[in-house]
Design a protein around this ligand. Structure first.
Ligand SMILES: Cc1cc2nc3c(=O)[nH]c(=O)nc-3n(C[C@H](O)[C@H](O)[C@H](O)COP(=O)(O)OP(=O)(O)OC[C@H]3O[C@@H](n4cnc5c(N)ncnc54)[C@H](O)[C@@H]3O)c2cc1C
Length: 311
């Protein structure tokens, strides 16, 4: 049976949902070995389909750049004879994956939205118009997977646990973290991890209140088109699209967004797309599963009130 390492993500005792998604993909391939660098996350792993937990010790991973994590994973590939390593497609995840591929002499595939039992991945490219199927032909398959790409399956058994102390080179410890500050967050979920995203565009005319109120009624994250972020109406960190973030939620609601190809590039793999636009000819309707032709300043408050009434 193949063994698959998954890199556990999370902070302050909270395991990120993306870890459950990695476990779900890994379970299709073989034995799931969760690699955790923060012992406070171990308790939260019982909820997912994980067979073994390896707790890496000997250094504090939060105090270093990703280099020691990559070295640790490279050693675990050997000791566990792993066929694949699955990592979340965040900026940090991709840095770890890149370093790991170099150290272990392996091929790497980033931003996959699927991986099957034969380690064949699917990537969505050219603004979602093309699906690429690929596999790693050399070494261990190092694969980063986008969040929200799969429905998480629950735990199948209680995982066994073991400790592992890697040998970390002095070179890997050269870059240290001197301080870090969690990004200021409202009560809303992280854009790339949210299962519902409500985005506003130029049609908001700078007033995001109806978009935010609707998002809050659904427990959703708020996104924005580049027209809205360039105008300074919403922070650039919330921009969805080719030069912004890529999201793949269960539900994406585009409000006052025309559906330019560069915007589609960041949201086209959403499972269900709803568009609200007052122009019936807006290109976003070609992509939407459901469309509302109307003024967002009327539609959104009515939808928010209807959801509140159902609660
Ligand atoms: C290299 C490059 C990279 C880019 N990267 C990105 C990117 O990452 N993300 C991105 O989004 N764009 C990106 N763009 C810009 C992109 O081409 C579009 O210009 C942009 O997406 C348009 O944003 P919009 O849909 O909000 O605005 P518009 O195209 O102006 O559309 C506004 C829509 O709102 C509708 N509307 C107006 N008023 C209302 C109302 N009251 N109620 C309902 N509907 C209303 C209109 O009918 C219209 O369809 C990029 C462009 C380039 C060249």
């Amino acid at each position: 049976m193949k063994s698959v390492l998954i890199l556990v993500d999370g902070a302050n005792g909270q395991v990120a949902k993306s870890t459950g998604e990695l476990a779900t993909f890994a379970k299709r391939i073989g034995e799931v070995i969760a690699v955790v660098f923060d012992p406070s996350l171990v308790a939260g792993l019982g909820a997912y389909a994980i067979d073994k937990v390896v707790v890496v010790g000997g250094f504090d991973a939060t105090k270093f750049s990703p280099a020691p994590i990559a070295e640790s994973l490279a050693q675990l590939i050997t000791t566990k004879s792993a066929s694949a390593v699955l990592i979340t497609s965040s900026a940090r995840g991709k840095e770890i994956a890149g370093r790991l591929a170099v150290i272990s002499g392996s091929g790497i595939i980033t931003d996959a939205i699927d991986v099957d039992a034969d380690l064949i991945t699917t990537q969505s490219v050219f603004g979602g118009s093309t699906s690429v199927h690929a596999n790693v032909s050399h070494g261990t398959a190092i694969i980063t997977l986008r969040s929200n790409a799969v429905e998480v399956i629950a735990a199948s058994a209680t995982p066994t646990q073991e400790d592992f102390t890697p040998t970390i080179s002095d070179m890997a410890k050269l870059a240290t973290v001197t301080s870090s500050q969690p990004a200021a967050k409202g009560g809303r979920p992280e854009l790339t991890e949210a299962s519902i995203v409500v985005s506003g565009g130029r049609g908001t005319n700078g007033d995001f209140k109806p978009v935010e109120a609707f998002a809050d009624s659904l427990g959703a994250a708020v996104g924005a088109s580049r027209a809205a972020t360039d105008a300074g109406w919403y922070p650039h960190t919330h921009q969805v699209g080719q030069t912004g973030k890529t999201v793949s939620p269960q539900l994406y609601v585009a409000c006052g967004i025309s559906g330019a190809i560069q915007h589609r590039a960041g949201m086209q793999t959403s499972k269900l797309i709803v568009a609200i636009n007052k122009d019936p000819e807006a290109p976003i309707f070609e992509l939407a599963d459901y469309g509302v032709v109307g003024d967002l300043f009327n539609v959104l408050p009515a939808a928010t009130a209807a959801i509140a009434a159902k609660k």
